[in-house]
Ligand binder design. Structure first.
Ligand code: GLN
Length: 474
């Protein structure tokens, strides 16, 4: 089978019609990964035993002629910030180099219960902090569309594996854009669901009020199929919402004509690459031709999104990362004489530069005397940003923007300039702060052949409309 063109849809049909066994398919994928991944580095860990056990379960079902679950035999990869029972989980960090979790992340458990086969764990920026995957302690990922370029981040391995046909679909996480931005850099589909739509149980926390799990896939239909499997209330995550999960795939059949689509002027200003602008405008034109009404809107607080995000995300990260102290799990420094020295040395040896920078920024923002000036102020601006969305959604059904201001950049190009790296998320962080869903779908290529992504944002829990519009652009 041609692994590069396999979708969830075509894989499950091939398995159901017994054109291929799940075991043979898994073997083919591992063959491709071993041949091609050394040049990309999308995978950090392969779990061949777990995959072949699951493949046998599926093959038994097909042999018996039993009904098949919705993802039967679909090979997937999991960003290495989601814990997997018995399979090393590093979060891209040295501090968790030898960490073997004792339980499964809910989203992973739901994928497997639906018949998916986990091939392995995907490379990512350390603790999901980054926009280029260059912050992984295990080395960067390369963009399969041009290996001199970054794949985006922090779910760079998840996006690259789908683009390179080394997994049919993957899970990523999005705190400030980490599903949508790498999807746009690699030319795949990336969906960030509404905050609370997908359980975060078993997701190693970066910034808990901003973290979302979601799919990276080749098609919008695949994203719809996968979301339905992982979405829904989970008693293990008190922030997961008890709201019915629609049949997203069936929803795709509804026409988009008559939908009102907002185009916010703040997302088309200075810093937007000309080729990206042209491709996104062409995408908007397509929607107009499909009968959507295009409405110019304004989201006046957009300029404050990046600073707000970097105060809140670092504050939450500094608290979440306090648990890595060399005592309970992860790296413990040798040769320390006191407990305090052991904490200090373990964290110094285990964390990379960007993670340390964020812990320091976040600790500062939360410290007494600065809390009101930074953290509290940022929370207030977050409310204003959320109101921008609420007001926009009184006038329109969805919002369309570029996913990122530029196409993929070169490896090393921004590595020494954290601020310009932070600006890669200028169009994505707003949705994380407001908790609304968003998708990035490919909408064209630059002259040099790099993919460009168009972003659709929707109302809380209205992934259906976001997917339908994404599908129309696709
Ligand atoms: N690039 C952003 C950051 O570095 C977003 C990361 C993410 O979404 N996980 O924080």
């Amino acid at each position: 089978m041609d692994l590069n063109s396999l979708t969830i849809e075509s894989t499950r049909t091939a398995i159901a019609e017994q054109r291929c066994t799940a075991s043979a398919l898994v073997e083919q994928f591992y063959g491709k990964i071993k041949a091609e991944d050394p040049g990309i580095h999308a995978y950090l860990t392969l779990c061949e035993d777990r995959a072949s056990r699951q493949a046998k379960v599926i093959d038994d079902l097909t042999q018996k002629g039993a009904p098949l679950p919705p993802l039967a035999g679909v090979p997937v990869g999991i960003k290495d910030v989601m814990v997997t029972k018995g399979v090393r989980t590093t979060a891209g960090s040295k501090i968790l180099e030898n960490f073997i979790p004792p339980y499964d992340c809910t989203a992973v458990a739901r994928l497997e219960a639906a018949g998916a086969i986990v091939l392995g764990k995907m490379n990512c920026d350390e603790f999901a902090m980054g926009s280029s995957n260059e912050n992984s302690a295990y080395g960067p990922v390369r963009n399969p569309r041009d290996t001199s370029c970054v794949p985006g981040g922090s779910s760079g391995g998840s996006a690259a594996a789908v683009a390179a046909g080394m997994a049919v679909a993957t899970l990523g996480s999005d705190t400030g854009g980490s599903i949508r931005q790498p999807a746009s850099f690699c030319g795949v589909v990336g969906l960030m669901p509404t905050y609370g739509r997908v359980s975060r149980y078993g997701l190693i926390a970066f910034a808990s009020s901003l973290d979302h799990i979601g799919p990276l896939t080749k098609t919008v239909r695949d994203a719809a199929i996968l979301l339905r499997v992982i979405a829904g209330r989970d008693p293990l995550d008190s922030t997961s919402a008890d709201i019915p999960v629609p049949d997203y795939e069936a929803e795709l059949a509804k026409p988009v004509s008559g939908l009102r689509i907002g185009v916010p002027k703040e997302y088309f200003g200075e810093g937007l690459d000309a080729e990206v602008r042209a491709a996104v405008e062409a995408g908007i034109q397509k929607l107009r031709s499909a009968g959507c009404e295009i409405v110019d809107i304004s989201m006046p607080h957009t300029a404050y999104a990046i600073p707000t995000y970097y105060v809140i995300a670092t504050a939450e990260a500094s608290a979440n990362l306090a648990r890595f102290d060399g005592v309970r799990y992860g790296h413990r420094a040798k040769g320390a004489r006191t407990l305090a020295e052991m904490y200090r040395k373990s964290r110094d040896e285990g964390f990379g530069t960007e993670v340390k920078r964020r812990i320091m920024l976040g600790t500062y923002a939360l410290s007494s005397g600065y809390y009101d000036a930074y953290y509290l102020k940022a929370q207030r601006v977050r409310t204003l940003l959320t109101r921008d969305f609420a007001e926009a959604f009184q006038k329109v059904d969805a919002i369309v923007t570029p996913t990122a201001p530029t196409p993929a950049f070169k490896l090393g190009e921004k590595a020494d300039d954290p601020l310009s790296m932070y600006l890669a998320d200028i169009y994505t962080v707003t949705a994380d702060l407001a908790g609304v869903p968003g998708i990035s779908v490919p909408c064209g290529n630059t002259q040099s052949g790099l993919p460009i992504g168009l972003q659709v944002l929707g109302r809380h829990f209205d992934e259906s409309t976001v997917l339908r519009i994404g599908h129309a652009v696709e």
